[in-house]
Design a protein around this ligand. Structure first.
Ligand SMILES: [Zn+2]
Length: 161
């Protein structure tokens, strides 16, 4: 019974979206660190904020509390765990796929490009390495704006950290 409750809570919490990255859940981003459920039904969720998501983290916290309240868990605390600090290495494969599908080059995209070129950026559309940095800051501070010389499309790069 305890496992069933835990799994239900985990599914609900894992599906919470990051408001700044459409379709990416907090589980995709690796910011969901831990969930504890006590015998009294109190839930403690631990998350580690991304380095770019200060306003987003408050929305994520209230989303978690709201979802759990609707599902019958009114006593939820969301804790921010700042150490160890979040890094883009925590973004899992599903998160990287979703970034590419939204036209954002994921951090350290060498596996997508099919070559071992750590730290190099390639175009999320045509995979070309013939790209240029347009601006160090894209739509949010965690992204840089690039453009592809091969297909001529601009794209956001999720900076590796
Ligand atoms: Zn391209």
């Amino acid at each position: 019974v305890v496992t069933t409750t835990y799994n239900k809570i985990r599914r609900l919490v894992a599906d919470v979206l990051d408001p700044e990255l459409p379709d990416l859940t907090i589980d995709d981003l690796g910011i969901l660190r831990d969930i504890e459920v006590s015998s009294t039904g109190r839930v403690v969720v631990s998350i580690t904020p991304t380095y770019c998501g200060c306003p987003a983290i408050e929305m994520i916290k209230s989303d978690i509390v709201e979802r759990l309240r609707e599902a019958g868990f009114p006593d939820t605390e969301v804790r921010s765990v700042l150490a160890p600090a979040w890094t883009t290495d925590w973004i899992g494969n599903s998160g990287r796929r979703k970034l590419r599908e939204s036209g954002i080059a994921p951090p350290s995209s060498e596996s997508w490009c099919g070559r071992r070129l750590s730290g190099r950026v390639c175009c999320p559309r045509c995979r070309s390495f013939d790209i240029r940095e347009v601006s160090r800051f894209g739509s949010t501070p965690c992204k840089a704006l690039y453009a592809c010389n091969a297909c001529n499309e601009p794209f956001d790069y999720f900076k590796a950290l």
